[in-house]
Design a binder for this molecule. Sequence first.
Ligand code: NAP
Length: 242
Amino acid sequence: MGRLDDKICLITGAARGQGAAEAELFAAEGGTVWLADVLDAEGETTASRVGGTYRHLDVADEAGWQQLVDEILNRDGQIDVLVNNAGIFRSNRMLDTPLNEFDLVMNINCKGVFLGMRTVAGPMREAGSGSIVNISSLAGMQGAAGAFAYGTSKWAVRGMTKTAAVELARRGIRVNSIHPGLIATEMADQLPGGVERMQRGIPLGRSATADEVARLALFLASDESSYSTGSEFIVDGGLNAV
Ligand code: NAP
């Protein structure tokens, strides 16, 4: 028996990195997996590898969300899990952050999460159950010097998670956030100062694989986390404890 048997799951930013690892694990645990991204060729390849369905979705596109969720409901009848994973990273200190960079990061990392939660909450409410997992960051737990817009967006994800969790709890919908530290994906290669330098400060002494985050997302997506909502789950090799 799989841990996500009979669950219909949608994962954004699933063409590669953590989203792809989540798609693979969720499918292996019996979930029906929909993968969304803007990287269409990579998304199609990942979907056929894991046995899921790929669709193009820019998470900042309100109409795109509705269209995709309608398609999921038409084909599969319900939506049980949403992982709001898509995100972009930009490195600039606050004084050097151009307005268009701030707007872009907030549009994808913050508005994208809001639109996702709002779109799936309707059908989840009707079903009386659902789990939403929002991927924030350790940058949403601490000051993120050198990545002002990114850090701001990830604190917003943390805040939205708590408010939505309280608003939706009586409807049977759980909402939690994951706060990864340094995860070995293409995004980590963009970190100022490089991965090598950052790894040295991590108590466990290394970055995580995408699968190490996916296993936490699986717990939150499944009924095993039935009493967790509005909570922050850190997966960072001890970095936040320093
Ligand atoms: P990744 O490999 O860059 O994957 C992110 C995926 O999201 C990419 O395929 C990306 O495509 C896609 N995406 C970007 N904008 C999108 C949009 N508007 N609509 C739909 N998809 C979009 O990075 P990752 O490490 O797996 O990141 C996953 C999540 O973890 C992100 O929210 C990130 O902020 C968070 N996180 C990562 C780390 C880390 O160390 N890697 C640490 C903490 C938190 P493009 O190539 O077009 O951008």
